[in-house]
Structure formats: structure tokens, C-alpha cells
Design a protein around this ligand. Structure first.
Ligand SMILES: NC(=O)C1=CN([C@@H]2O[C@H](COP(=O)(O)OP(=O)(O)OC[C@H]3O[C@@H](n4cnc5c(N)ncnc54)[C@H](OP(=O)(O)O)[C@@H]3O)[C@@H](O)[C@H]2O)[C@H](O)CC1
Ligand SMILES: [K+]
Length: 500
């Protein structure tokens, strides 16, 4: 699913109005109906509601929503925040229509007009929408502050009032902090950026049949992976396949005290459909691995405690495997750095790099230039910062992510809520699965195993990254259902992996 910017959303609105064709007012009505259907399904009881409306089209949506809620017999106090002399045409029309069915519309011009909000109330925020052109000031600011102070449930229409949809706010901007945002059809970039978490809450999409052709043609680097899209990426298994069909992966993982990471990555790789798996671990990990993961072949490293790449066991060179996954638990020993230096130039196919492999790249940046093109890097934000530089806000981080993926022709998976997959072509795919329970030791090792398995099976790097991140997050969601987000551990995520 595409993520469009504010100018594109406005043009999409116009395209829908022109080509459907539909009158602007009817489009607003459709948006309001969509919101009210969502609302009624979620809040069937008539809790008292306070709705705050601005004077633009977001306020117009609010006026229409108020009318539709009254028709459904909700108890409603309606407020218009009169911050300017100007009102949009569609606001005016819906204001008039509302006044035909109720006298109870109050106007907020001074702080003393702002009502007290009680804890059992629901606040609907329709003050400012995607038309925000500057930070909220004056009476809008005071109203937002009062709503944020209130102990009520807050639901924003389209976007929290005061939040820019596609550019950074200043740190001292006053923005609604909603529990839910109900937005129209497509997510906004602001919704998937971590620092906006409290200005978005849980967000929900309401389809209002905006012009499909415009959406299909609109250029954007930003995408949000839906379950349907992820499923389309999944390769079907051929009835006549055999284990050779699904590749032979090599994992270079583990060091003394971190053999658990090797086990987790190996088990996840096997649970993600790899044909054959060989794991190289330092000698101290040999018995552990052979016992914990009997399905994998193990080639013990020549070194007792860290990986050097040497092995006493006869086996093919890393370049002969379908792919290689390097990083979980490897540490940063000089011998391991030397292994990376020697290994990288020999590899021609994309590989997966994680954890200390990334930290070694950050400390020895010349290695970045010899990464096989289309390799997948899986940093968390701190690791990514070491690879690049600190950022002032999420938008700067996003630019830096895109620039890095383009410059080194790699796929970068920046982990977090709405994990971002940046491609060498400059696209970013935000993931839709996962939960805070995944912030626990070992889940990154699991992801490395998953991605290594997908590359070994012949997925291209972008598909592997988008699908792998989605499936990993979904397994995390299943694990959280079973165990709760606090009690779940990385092994639960492996057990919950499913590929159908
Ligand atoms: N395609 C869709 O998704 C649909 C969206 N709808 C709804 O329309 C709004 C966007 O409406 P718009 O009128 O463009 O924007 P706002 O409602 O946010 O109104 C902004 C007006 O207020 C002025 N403004 C902007 N920022 C401030 C501020 N900080 N203080 C005071 N005033 C401000 C702005 O005027 P300027 O010229 O001064 O910039 C606007 O006049 C969208 O969010 C949806 O809710 C449709 O209903 C359905 C289709
Ligand atoms: K709003």
C-alpha cells in the first residue's frame, strides 16, 4: 500500500471528485460515514462524546460526523474552535446542516470557553487535519492542551490536530495525543515514524474509495506492507521439489558465551524453509549446536572461542553456498574481523549481515565498499547510527537510511515499530506486524535466520526482506497472543513462524 504526501493526498481528493465524479460534499459525507461506522462498531454504548471541530475540511468532517452521531442517538456536545474568520465551503455547508437538527453548538474563542472534560467521555478531535500549515497557536493551542490534560479517550479524525503528516514538527509544538487515529484510506508517513508514537496512538484505515488510478500512478518511495501484499510474495512449493530445491545456507554465528544466538538463528533458518543448513561456530559451540539443532550440519571453526573462518572439517568455500548469514553472537575479535575482510571479496551473491558484523563494518568502513550488492543489513537504530551519523529527527533518519541503501546498493532493515526496509532503489517499505514483545534478546538472531533461509530459497533481496520482516513480526504477534508481550522470548517467535 502506498504512503502519499500531503500534496498528493490533496490531488487524490481532486482526482476522485473529478473522475468518479462525486461532489466534494459527498466525498466528505463518505469520509464522515466511514468514521462513524468505525466508531459505532468500537463504541456501541452511548458514552458521552465531546467533538471539537476546526474551520477547514477536517472541521467539516467533524460537523458531518456530529450530525451522523446524533442521528444514531449518541449523546454529544459539539464545539467549534473559532480560530480564524475564514471557514471552508464544505465546513460551512455541514455547519448549516447540523444547525438544522440541533441548537447545541458551542463556540470556543477564548480559553474560558473550553469545557471541562471528564474521564468517562470520548473526545473526537476534528480541529486540524492534513491542511496544517504551521504549528498550533492561540486558542487552538489552548484547546489541544486542555484535551491532552483530560483523562478521556481521544480519537483524532484523519490525523492528530497539530501533527504534520509528512514533515517534522518542532520539539515544542503542541499536538493532540490521541488513543486512536482514524484516517482515510491510506496511512500518512507521520504514522510510521517512532517519535510520533504518542501523537498517533493506534491508527486505523477507513476506505472511502478514493480514485484508484491516481493512487496506482502516484510516484512515492514509501510503502506500507499489508498482509495481502506480503502473502503475494510467498513462493509456492512445487510438489516435485526436494531439499536441493530450497538452497543450502551457511550461517557464521556465535562466540564463547553467545552460542545461544547461533542456536536461535539456526532454528529460525530451518523453520523458514531452507533446504539444507550448515552452521560454523567456534569449537566451544560444537556440542551445543549439534544437540540443540540436530537438523543442521555443523562445521566447527578452528578456534575454540571465536570465529576465524578456518575449519578443520572439509567443506565447500562460503561462496559455494546459496547464501551466507553472518553476525549473531560473533563478537568483534580481531580474528573475526580478519575473517570478514577475507570472506567478503569472495562472495558474489547477496548475504545477510547482523549484529557485530554490522559493528565491525561501522568500525572498518572500507568493508562497506566490498559488500556483495543487494546484501541485507539488519541494524537496530543504534547500530544504524554507528554506520551513519546521529539524526535530528525521524525524517532525517529516513533520508539517511535511503541514502545509505542507495550508496552501498544494499537492503537495510531498520528495526523498530513499523520496521523500515530500505532498498537500493530508494524505496522504503514499512512493516505492519510486530509488537513491543519483540524487544527482547535473540529476536534479531531469529530474523537473521529467517532472512538467510529466504535468500537461500531464491527470493530476491527486497522480497526476502519485506516478507521476512512481515513473517517475523507476525510470529511475534502470535507469540504475544500465547505468552503476552512481556513473557514471550525469542524461541516462542521461532515456534510461531508459519509460512502459509
Ligand atoms: N482525501 C482525503 O483524505 C479527504 C480528506 N478530507 C478531510 O479534509 C482534511 C483536510 O482539509 P483542509 O481544509 O485542507 O485542512 P484542515 O482541515 O487541516 O484545515 C486547515 C485550515 O486551517 C488553516 N490552518 C492550517 N494550520 C493552521 C494553524 N496552525 N493555525 C490556524 N490555522 C491553520 C489552513 O489555512 P491556511 O491557508 O492558513 O494554511 C486551512 O484553511 C483532511 O484532514 C480530512 O479530514 C475530506 O473530508 C475527505 C477526503
Ligand atoms: K484532527
Amino acid at each position: 500500500m502506498k504512503i502519499l504526501n500531503v500534496d498528493q493526498i490533496r490531488a487524490l481528493d481532486q482526482a476522485t471528485i473529478q473522475h468518479e465524479p462525486i461532489a466534494p460534499l459527498n466525498l466528505m459525507e463518505r469520509a464522515a460515514q466511514g468514521f462513524v461506522e468505525w466508531f459505532a462498531a468500537r463504541y456501541p454504548n452511548t458514552s458521552p462524546i465531546k467533538i471539537f471541530c476546526g474551520l477547514g475540511n477536517n472541521g467539516g468532517d467533524g460537523m458531518a460526523i456530529a450530525r451522523l452521531l446524533l442521528e444514531r442517538h449518541y449523546t454529544l456536545d459539539i464545539y467549534v474552535v473559532r480560530y480564524a474568520p475564514r471557514e471552508s465551503d464544505d465546513f460551512m455547508h455541514n455547519h448549516r446542516r447540523l444547525k438544522l437538527i440541533t441548537e447545541q453548538v458551542s463556540y470556543i474563542e477564548l480559553s474560558t470557553d473550553i469545557p471541562a472534560i471528564r474521564h468517562n467521555e470520548i473526545v473526537i478531535d476534528a480541529i486540524l487535519g492534513s491542511g496544517l500549515s504551521r504549528p498550533a497557536e492561540g486558542i487552538i493551542r489552548s484547546t489541544i492542551e486542555a484535551i491532552n490534560r483530560a483523562p478521556a479517550t481521544v480519537i483524532s479524525v484523519d490525523i492528530a490536530s497539530g501533527l504534520f503528516a509528512d514533515k517534522p514538527n518542532r520539539p515544542d509544538d503542541v499536538i493532540i495525543e490521541p488513543d486512536h487515529t482514524v484516517t482515510f484510506q491510506l496511512p500518512k508517513l507521520a504514522f510510521v515514524l517512532p517519535r510520533n508514537g504518542r501523537y498517533v496512538g493506534e491508527w486505523h484505515l477507513v476506505n472511502i474509495q478514493l480514485n484508484k488510478r491516481y493512487i496506482d500512478l502516484a510516484p512515492t518511495p514509501y510503502y506500507y506492507t499489508t498482509p495481502h501484499e506480503a502473502r503475494l510474495l510467498l513462493h509456492k512449493r512445487d510438489r516435485f521439489s526436494h531439499k536441493g530445491t530450497y538452497g543450502h545456507a551457511l550461517l557464521l554465528v556465535g562466540s564463547y558465551g553467545k552460542i545461544g544466538a547461533a542456536v536461535l538463528a539456526s532454528r529460525a533458518c530451518l523453520r523458514s524453509g531452507v533446504g539444507l543448513l550448515t552452521v560454523q561456530v567456534p569449537r566451544c559451540g560444537y556440542s551445543v549446536l549439534q544437540t540443540a539443532v540436530p537438523e543442521a550440519m555443523c562445521r566447527p571453526d578452528g578456534h575454540q572461542y571465536v570465529l576465524t573462518g578456518q575449519s578443520e572439517v572439509e567443506s565447500p568455500a562460503p561462496a559455494e553456498y546459496s547464501t551466507v548469514g553472518i553476525g549473531p553472537g560473533i563478537g568483534k575479535a580481531p580474528e573475526t574481523l580478519a575473517m570478514l575482510r577475507e570472506l567478503l571479496p569472495t562472495l558474489k551473491k547477496p548475504i545477510v549481515l547482523d549484529a557485530d558484523a554490522l559493528n565491525l563494518l561501522a568500525e572498518h568502513r572500507e568493508l562497506l565498499d566490498i559488500l556483495p550488492h543487494n546484501s541485507i543489513l539488519t541494524p537496530h537504530p543504534k547500530e544504524f547510527e554507528r554506520l551513519t551519523q546521529p539524526w535530528a529527527d525521524d525524517y532525517e533518519k529516513l533520508n539517511s537510511l535511503q541514502a545509505f541503501a542507495k550508496r552501498y546498493r544494499v537492503v537495510v532493515i531498520l528495526k523498530g515499530a513499523f520496521t523500515a526496509v530500505a532498498t537500493p532503489d530508494g524505496e522504503v517499505h514499512f512493516n505492519s506486524t510486530g509488537n513491543p514483545g519483540l524487544s527482547t534478546g535473540g529476536t534479531g538472531d531469529v530474523l537473521t535466520g529467517v532472512l538467510t533461509a529466504l535468500l537461500a530459497q531464491g527470493y530476491d533481496s527486497v522480497e526476502a526482506a519485506v516478507l521476512g520482516v512481515f513473517a517475523h513480526g507476525l510470529a511475534g504477534d502470535r507469540a504475544a497472543d500465547q505468552r503476552g508481550p512481556i513473557g514471550m522470548v525469542a524461541s516462542d517467535v521461532i515456534d510461531a513462524l508459519r509460512w502459509d
